[in-house]
Design a protein around this ligand. Structure first.
Ligand SMILES: [Zn+2]
Length: 176
């Protein structure tokens, strides 16, 4: 998820590394990180993801966005960066909505209904299970990135919202 668009030409060149728009990988489900994959390599992957997230001025990044089809993500919460493998929401409550952007869909901004409080269980780069609570904006960021792991994007939500709208207020049939 991104906060604002960076617009220098160097940034534009870097942006080409981010998987975008109609790339079929964005709607694929990512696979669990397996036991043998934890350790130094995963730590290096997380470090590059953090670097890319910061360079792109994002506040979260999912593996698929750099072409890594494993269930991994990085998310920042007021200066703390969380690196998660195989995250799962074990508790959620409340409702919230903020305008969300996405590094994979530059320019697109949508308010998606989300839970305001979530408790996430995940594994760190060493494979150690962690449980962390997030609220408000950070909770939205984590839910946005977790969506990516299931092949769900802002565009998916855009379609769902449009469908719900047209189901709620069907157009009057014209009489000819
Ligand atoms: Zn995104």
């Amino acid at each position: 998820m991104e906060l604002s668009l960076a617009n220098s030409s160097v940034m534009e060149a870097y942006r080409t590394f981010i998987v975008k728009y109609d790339d079929p990988r964005l709607i694929q489900k990512s696979k669990n990180v397996e036991d043998h994959e934890f350790g130094l390599n995963l730590e290096i992957t997380f470090q590059s993801m953090i670097q890319i997230m910061h360079q792109e001025r994002g506040c979260g990044l999912a593996g698929v966005q750099i072409g890594d089809m494993r269930r991994i993500l990085v998310a920042s919460d007021r200066g703390n960066v969380f690196c998660m493998a195989n995250p799962q929401i074990v508790k959620r409550s409340g409702e919230t909505k903020v305008m969300e952007g996405c590094l994979s869909f530059p320019g697109l901004q949508i308010a998606v209904p989300r839970s305001r409080f979530i408790t996430v269980e995940y594994k760190n780069e060493q494979g150690i299970t962690k449980t962390v609570e997030f609220k408000d904006f950070a909770a939205v960021v984590v839910q946005h990135e977790m969506d990516h792991l299931d092949g769900v994007t802002l565009r998916t939500h855009q379609k769902r919202i449009a469908e719900a709208r047209s189901a709620n207020c069907p157009r009057k049939k014209r009489k000819n």
